[in-house]
Each structure stands twice: as C-alpha cells, then as structure tokens.
Design a protein around this ligand. Structure first.
Ligand code: ZN
Length: 139
C-alpha cells in the first residue's frame, strides 16, 4: 500500500495569510507545496499525494482535514510561513505521532531545508487543528 501524503498549502483565495515585502504567504505556501510534491514524486517511490489546493482558493480548515480523513491520509503536511518572529523553516507533527509520520516528516524537513537554504528552526510537535483533526495517528 502506498503511503498517502496530504499536502496543505496554508491560506489561499481571500485569505492571504501573512503579507510582507510584497509577498503573500498564500502564494509562497502554494509554491512550496508544489515543489515538495515534485521532489517527492521525482526522488521517492511508494507514496501517493493529494493537495488541499493547487490553485489560489480557500478551503476551510475543516474542509481540508475532512478531505484528508476521507482519503485516509497517512501523513498531513500543513505549510505556513510566518511574518516576524524570526526566519527559517520548522515543521510540526502531533506529539507521539509515531511512524510513518515521523519518517516522512524527516524526509520532507531535510528536502525543504536543502531546496530553500532556509535556516533550520527544527522539528517540532504541537496540538494544531490539523494534528488533532487528522486521524492519521496509526501505529
Ligand atoms: Zn499561515
């Protein structure tokens, strides 16, 4: 069975997310998600990918997590870029998420840091909406 990876570029449509230096977070998260999709498809096998959006539109948080659950996603990656409070890349998984979430997060984390040369802010865990509502915590 292929591992199902759900990529969620944050924001979209009328929800721009953070704005700074003439850049909109919604556009950057989409570009990053598409890039991650391409890297995973080019360099790795044994997975399939779905995205919450591939264009500039805004699904609600509940629509995103419902879609991931309906698809039975193993891994949910929500992508955000914060304004202020430092620079760099960090990612979050649910505390105690276990495998395969941790393994996929490690791959994606190192690929993003490599591809962007962003400062590595570390691998983190948190009870975010996505983590709580995504029923991917299988052992
Ligand atoms: Zn955001």
């Amino acid at each position: 069975m292929a591992t199902k990876i759900y990529l969620d570029p944050g924001h979209g449509g009328s929800d721009t997310g953070a704005v700074g230096n003439g850049l909109l977070e919604k556009n950057l998260t989409l570009q990053i998600a598409l890039k991650i999709r391409d890297i995973l498809n080019d360099e790795y096998t044994g997975h399939s990918i779905k995205m919450s959006r591939t264009t500039d539109k805004y699904p609600t948080l509940t629509e995103r997590t419902n879609a991931a659950n309906a698809w039975n996603a193993d891994f949910y990656l929500s992508i955000h870029i914060n304004a202020g409070g430092g620079t760099g890349y960090e990612d979050y998984i649910y505390p105690g998420a276990g495998e395969p979430s941790a393994a996929y997060r490690n791959i994606i984390h190192s690929e993003v840091v490599k591809a962007t040369a962003f400062k590595d802010r570390g691998k983190k865990t948190n009870d975010l909406h996505y983590c709580v509502n995504q029923k991917c915590r299988r052992s």
